[in-house]
Design a protein around this ligand. Structure first.
Ligand code: EPS
Length: 343
């Protein structure tokens, strides 16, 4: 499958096409809308989210079943045009995009760079996820860090607004409130897990076939994600080979009893759960950051306006759906597993 879409954050909305879907799968449009609702809600978002309805319009389904491509449209509510600005936000796309696209119209650039464009990936991913669900693959995510509040264990409970272990959410909310009052923002980490993924998807060579590379590429394309780890990830640096070796047994094939590598070895899924952790940088639109103006070259404060304070839980939802898109695409190309999605 392939996804193409375009749109702007305060314009008419977003539209696009999800191409080459496996045929004959029932798609529940309300299920897609629920993913969109989760993507836009959550503690730390701005009140802009209350004005957006995010109900998708689909065409291309036959009596509710996939029949090749699906086209989607997601209208924005009416928004008044925002004022132009030329003082870059150093951690935002402003400067790099200005060079890339040859304009100092930072407002126009940030309309297209807006993380609102993740609606397109969520719509495509929600379709892929519904198809994968029918093959036994399930995907979920948890917020495991907000600012300096870090989850050290997972008791399985998931609070709704932050999508984190319930025992941590009060502390996380306090940190977000304090950042919001100061016009500041917070980053954090999310963990994304896929269960039921069959062994043998991806390949070690050429590099472009490695499934961890493809997944990391998709995860890094989510706005604000700055690091992707599989399993123990950066912890491997401090471990010896014997400590880090997976424990395995034979059970009609090799079964992994530990999951240090996060479900991928040699660029190929090994039958363990895919276990991925993403690091999310703090939202760049904050008060009090020194910057420069692109027209005058003078030192000024960066542009500041109402924005989200923390988007970590939302990144989790986007990542779940992006992961579904990558996995479905790979299953479609796999000589053995493509049978899983034949109807
Ligand atoms: C965004 C800034 C905020 C977010 C927006 C992305 O919007 P505004 O500019 O109106 O304050 O709310 O995200 C969404 C609207 C969304 O649906 O994700 C930005 O600068 O990227």
């Amino acid at each position: 499958m392939k996804v193409v879409f375009d749109g702007t954050s305060h314009g008419e909305g977003y539209s696009g096409t999800v191409c080459d879907l496996p045929e004959g799968f029932y798609i529940d449009v309300e299920g897609i809308n629920e993913e969109l609702r989760l993507r836009k809600c959550g503690y730390g978002r701005s009140n802009r989210q209350n004005t957006e309805e995010d109900k998708v319009i689909l065409s291309g389904l036959k009596n509710g079943f996939t029949a090749g491509d699906v086209t989607f449209c997601l209208p924005n509510r009416k928004h008044s045009a925002k004022p132009p600005f030329t003082a870059i936000r150093p951690n935002h796309a402003d400067w790099a995009a200005s060079v890339r696209h040859g304009t100092v119209d930072l407002r126009a650039l940030s309309e297209r760079a807006s993380a609102r464009n993740s609606v397109g990936y969520v719509i495509a991913g929600a379709i892929a996820r519904q198809i994968l669900g029918q093959t036994g693959i399930e995907i979920f995510s948890r917020t495991v860090q907000v600012g300096d509040v870090v989850a050290t264990s997972d008791n399985g409970l998931c609070e709704k607004e932050l999508r984190a272990d319930g025992s941590l959410t009060e502390e996380m909310k306090k940190r977000i409130e304090s950042a919001r009052l100061k016009g500041d923002s917070l980053g954090g980490k999310v963990r994304v897990v896929a269960t039921g993924v069959p062994a043998g998807i991806g390949d070690f060579f050429p590099y472009s076939e490695r499934i961890d590379g493809k997944i990391a590429g998709a995860m890094m394309s989510i706005p604000s994600v700055k690091a992707v780890e599989f399993g123990k990830g950066t912890e491997f640096a401090g471990m010896s080979g014997s400590e880090s070796a997976e424990k395995v047994c034979w059970d009609n094939g090799v079964k992994y009893l530990t999951n240090n590598c996060g479900g991928v070895t040699g660029g190929i899924t090994d039958g363990a759960d895919l276990d991925i952790t993403l690091t999310v940088k703090p939202v760049p639109t904050v008060k009090g950051v020194l910057s420069v103006d692109l027209i005058t070259g003078q030192q000024v404060m960066q542009m500041y306006e109402r924005a989200d304070t923390c988007v970590v839980p939302n990144v989790g939802i986007i990542a779940e759906n992006m992961l579904a898109t990558v996995l479905l695409g790979e299953i479609q190309r796999h000589p053995k597993y493509c049978k899983l999605i034949e109807r």
